[in-house]
Design a protein around this ligand. Structure first.
Ligand code: BTN
Length: 124
């Protein structure tokens, strides 16, 4: 029985189908590129308020806190940033779990799209 329970836990751990958490406010998250996601408020319906500041090497519009629009839930969390001065819009989709949130993003610029991944760590 113990072995069965252990196997179940290992399976859940590796499948990523474990426990997800909604984001909470206030909280500060940083991704592996050095960019910052600051959550200032979470509505009763899961709506997110906050800012995203880009510090990723190789990108423009750095150091400017842009407002985010998004939602969080015990499942997916999504947020979108309009980097107005760069005419770029990026949308992130992820699932937070404890102090980590792996995401996939799609960046729209000049009729073109770029995709990538960001891992956010909660730092505060
Ligand atoms: C631009 O250079 O056109 C605007 C800034 C885009 C920054 C992107 S969004 C996805 C990726 N993750 C980051 O933290 N920054 C880059």
């Amino acid at each position: 029985m113990k072995k069965l329970l252990l196997a179940f836990c290992v399976l859940i751990g590796f499948s990523g189908a474990g426990f997800a958490d909604p984001l909470t406010a206030p909280s500060l998250w940083r991704n592996q590129r050095g960019s910052e996601l600051r959550i200032t408020a979470v509505g009763n319906n899961g709506s997110l308020r906050g800012t995203f500041t880009n510090y990723a090497p190789g990108y423009q519009c750095q150091g400017i806190p842009y407002p985010i629009v998004g939602t969080t839930s015990p499942g997916p969390t999504t947020f979108t940033v309009n980097f107005v001065q760069c005419r770029t819009v990026t949308k992130w989709n992820g699932t937070a779990s404890g102090f980590g949130m792996p995401t996939e993003w799609v960046l729209y610029y000049n009729g073109q799209t770029q995709t990538g991944s960001d891992f956010f760590f909660r730092v505060n």
